[in-house]
Design a protein around this ligand. Structure first.
Ligand code: FES
Ligand SMILES: [Fe+2]
Length: 410
């Protein structure tokens, strides 16, 4: 699976986390330790973290014009990974020219730094992801980490049936899951409301970019509410696609392994045709990430769980949806033991995506088949859709135009 992931351009950091001539960042992605810096001229430098001399981490060094200088003996490595200065060796040694380190191909687009961590040449283009391409309507972006395996974390976005349970709120008049006025009551009453919301019926299809599913919920008027959400190889999810015409917004995430047991999560929120105002950005931030960086409560304090809220305001008294997701995903352990699972029809998308990922990894290993999407950036021109359809409708066909409504079509 690591080899598969290395065939793709992967988002690894927010552009805003690197300042020109500023500190060198040390990160781990796909188990590789590397350093990232923005050179004084604004370009990105991405090198293996270990200095090729004796292994000191280059993040301790200086970010200079023309390269990164190790703090230990002053070796300087240019953006291609070539050693260009070796002040602790006499120049006549000509040793410098013989030393190289790993440099990673990088791109920057839409506020995100992308890297290619594979061998050989990187694919020519980044995937055509609308949220990352629309300079007129920049996405709201937030990066955070989860202390568990990336697939385990990503599966939360392939799992519509937990929304009406884990994330249920009893106090929001227009809440995402349980409409209705504030309803103080007991935990049992809350559970009754969760049940009334109804379980979704899932239907899954394979696509060229990965897989697509609908989570269908029958409505009182006899129609069906569909949430139609794609998974795009290797680690992209998309949700939402609801809103009045012209105010349609959606969101999604990129789930990039730090290593087998830690995940870097990029959460994006995008609204085509209508840039987020500063107030709207602040509102998204407040709803989803109400803690200052580094102060989010973790497992040591039950993620800040307040059981006093659980009968009256919310099903799970943890303050935001991403934190609720994090709590349950990390509670499965660093790598969930799948052998003890009991997957049902509500898990159909999780099952399908596991199969697709494994099949693609095996096809690459056994037959050298390029994984889905690697050579086809246009496949990523997809939107998630929320739609009300008549019962029995062909949801794939009925949502085709809305899914293809990529706003940047030439
Ligand atoms: S360890 Fe980096 S220059 Fe010696
Ligand atoms: Fe969730």
């Amino acid at each position: 699976m690591g080899e598969l992931l290395r065939r793709y351009w992967l988002p690894v950091l927010l552009s805003a986390e690197l300042t020109a001539g500023g500190p060198i960042r040390r990160i781990r992605r796909l188990g590789d330790d590397l350093v990232l810096a923005r050179a004084p001229d604004g370009t990105i430098v991405a090198l293996a973290a270990r200095c090729p001399h004796r292994g000191a981490s280059l993040h301790l060094g200086h970010n200079e014009p023309g390269g990164l200088r190790c703090i230990y003996h002053g070796w300087k490595l240019d953006p291609r990974g070539q050693c260009v200065e070796m002040p602790n060796e006499p120049e006549q040694n000509r040793f410098c020219a013989q030393v190289q380190t790993r440099a990673y191909a990088s791109r920057e687009r839409g506020g995100v730094v992308w890297l290619y961590l594979g061998a050989g040449d990187a694919p020519p283009s980044l995937p055509d992801l609308e949220w990352n391409l629309d300079a007129r309507c920049p996405a709201y972006l937030h990066a955070s980490e989860r202390a568990c395996n990336w697939v385990q974390a990503m599966e939360g976005d392939l799992d519509s049936s937990h929304i009406g349970v884990l994330h249920a709120r009893f106090d929001a008049p227009d809440g995402p899951t349980v409409p209705g006025a504030a309803m103080p009551g007991s935990w049992a009453r809350g559970m009754r409301m969760v049940r009334e919301l109804g379980a979704p019926l899932l239907d899954v299809v394979d696509t060229a970019y990965g897989a697509l599913y609908t989570a269908r919920r029958p409505r009182e008027d006899g129609t069906d509410y569909h949430r139609v959400h794609p998974f795009l190889f290797p680690c992209h999810t998309m949700l939402g696609g609801v809103g009045e015409p012209g105010r349609l917004s959606f969101n999604g995430k990129c789930w990039v392994p730090i290593d087998d047991t830690h995940t870097w999560m990029l959460d994006w929120h995008y609204r085509p045709g209508s840039p987020w105002s500063d107030d709207e950005r602040a509102a998204i931030e407040h709803a989803r990430y109400p803690f200052p960086a580094g102060e989010e409560p973790g497992p040591e304090c039950d993620y800040g769980r307040d059981r006093g809220l659980e009968g009256t305001r919310m099903f799970f008294g943890v303050l935001s949806n991403p934190l609720q997701d994090r709590a349950v995903e990390e509670s499965m352990g660093a790598i969930a033991d799948r052998s003890g699972e009991h997957l049902g029809p509500a898990d159909a998308m999780i099952i399908r995506v596991r199969k697709r990922l494994l099949a693609a990894a095996r096809a690459l290993r056994d037959e050298g088949v390029a994984p889905p999407g690697v050579e086809s950036p246009r496949l990523y021109r997809v939107r998630p859709v929320g739609a009300v359809l008549p019962p029995g409708a062909d949801w794939v066909r009925a949502t085709q135009d809305a899914r293809d409504a990529w706003s940047l079509q030439p």
